[in-house]
Design a protein around this ligand. Structure first.
Ligand code: ZN
Length: 94
């Protein structure tokens, strides 16, 4: 699966750590400087494309600032449920 996030008009590669409900990008948060940047979708504003999910209602975990989007592109049908949990899961406190 390929995951990208949009922050302040730019697109960055991201990954989803095993067993986690968020995505991570190897970069500093543009808002507060936390590294790596962790983000998570909120609400249910998901666009389901033929081979991707796009959630344009996402926030950083570090400082709860809105980012542009989280996009998950996948090669197969497997893993969709997990993807949906990431993009549209309940808010988790770590
Ligand atoms: Zn931050």
């Amino acid at each position: 699966m390929k995951i990208t996030i949009g922050v302040e008009g730019k697109t960055y590669q991201a990954t989803r750590p095993e067993q986690s409900g968020h995505v991570e990008a190897a970069m500093k948060c543009l808002f507060c400087g936390a590294e790596p940047l962790r983000a998570k979708g909120v609400g249910s504003n998901i666009v389901k494309g033929r081979d991707y999910y796009l959630n344009d209602n996402a926030v950083t975990l570090c400082c709860n600032k809105p980012i542009d989007f989280i996009k998950s592109e996948f090669d197969t049908i497997f893993g969709l449920e997990e993807d949906e949990q990431v993009l549209n899961g309940p808010w988790r406190v770590y």
